[in-house]
Ligand binder design. Sequence first.
Ligand code: BTN
Length: 260
Amino acid sequence: MTAASPAPGAEVKLPPAYRLVTLDSVESTNDEAKRLAEAGAEDGTLVWAREQTKGRGRMGRDFISPRGNLYMSLVLRPECDIAAAAQLSFVAALAVGEGIGSVAPAMLEITYKWPNDVLLNGRKVSGILLESKPAPDGGIDWLVLGLGINIATYPQDTEFPATGLHFEGTPKTVTEVEVLQAVSRHFLAWVNRWLDDGFAPVRQAWLSHAHGKGETIQVRLPKETLSGTFADMDGNGVLLLDVPGAGQRRIAAGDVFFTA
Ligand code: BTN
């Protein structure tokens, strides 16, 4: 097992709501954040690493994590049930989209791919992994929100095409530190909006930049792949797919692909 070691002196400016844990190399910032959460880490603890040696994605996939990109995991302790807490992945997607938008050139197309990806000019630039521990009372004990954002490198061999900020016109002077600061600021703004007003404004903002909305998409499920029109996302984050001849399907988890 690789020991987590502190990163050499990066100057990071974050709002006071965060407590930053900076690491040079770690297996997975999500695993480190979960370990800290189990040990009692406060809401707002943010684990950031320069590289991950065993980064993880959704559905047990590897998330290759070389230096030059952003890998961060946030410990949250919201007072809500598991279903509401799952909405935080959409809150995080908006924070990533707007954070990237604030450091990237104006003409970039930033869109959201259901459920948890952020696309730059139609290619995946960021993935989000939400993990949580239920509390005995039906609420949650802790939630860890992990974000990976490609900046200086991106994987070449993925089924869905990827990209990185530096390959889409963002100056090479924009580093992980700047992206970390921008995304953290936007996350704070959006999480406060969510706490005050619920999921409705989050859903609306996400849907207004949803990739493929109203178009034919393919959704890969464990036992079948569906093709249909991406009609909507409901108030629980469920994808509504109009499948010709089969009515509307409600999809809680799956992999989305777009017709070229
Ligand atoms: C996905 O695209 O399937 C989600 C990728 C999530 C990757 C991030 S990087 C920081 C955090 N640590 C991990 O091991 N995974 C998440």
